[in-house]
Design a protein around this ligand. Structure first.
Ligand code: HEC
Length: 118
């Protein structure tokens, strides 16, 4: 009987952790995008929603096309050339895809973000 209670508690705790994990997002990517792109593109969640998953894949696989769109914007070019962008590229791509147009992800308030669009 005791063993049964222990097993059930374990399942319950793992289950709750799982629900919490599903609501979290990559805060590091959120901060990097805020630093590098928000000035022109709005908050990272807003920015991510502007295009769909395939578009984000396209732009990250064809970085030169993404760069070309920014060629008249030196600040934009610097953002892409920064070591911050270059070293976190894959994580940023995942963040943007996870929050893209048809992802259905909507974030409420937390310590980093409070539901504003810009
Ligand atoms: C100095 C302003 C500026 C910064 C900083 C900037 N962008 Fe942009 N970005 C633009 C403009 C303006 C366009 C639209 C260009 C066009 O359509 O001709 C654009 C377009 C894009 C596009 C094409 C799709 C779309 O939404 O129109 C992507 C993808 C993109 N930017 C990603 C980024 C990322 C990622 C960062 C940060 C690493 C970033 N940009 C930083 C100004 C900026």
């Amino acid at each position: 009987m005791d063993k049964m209670v222990w097993v059930l508690s374990f399942i319950l705790i793992v289950g709750i952790e799982g629900i919490n994990a599903a609501e979290k997002y990559d805060v590091k990517s959120f901060r990097i995008l805020t630093k590098l792109c928000t000035k022109c593109h709005g908050t990272p969640f807003y920015m991510a929603k502007q295009i769909d998953e395939d578009d984000w894949d396209f732009f990250f696989e064809n970085e030169e096309k993404m760069l070309k769109l920014h060629k008249d914007k030196s600040e934009g070019m610097n953002a892409f050339k920064s070591t911050l962008f270059q070293s976190y590229k894959e994580k940023l791509r995942k963040f943007l895809i996870d929050n893209s147009k048809y992802s259905g992800t909507v974030h409420g308030c937390d310590g980093n973000f409070c539901g504003t669009h810009h």
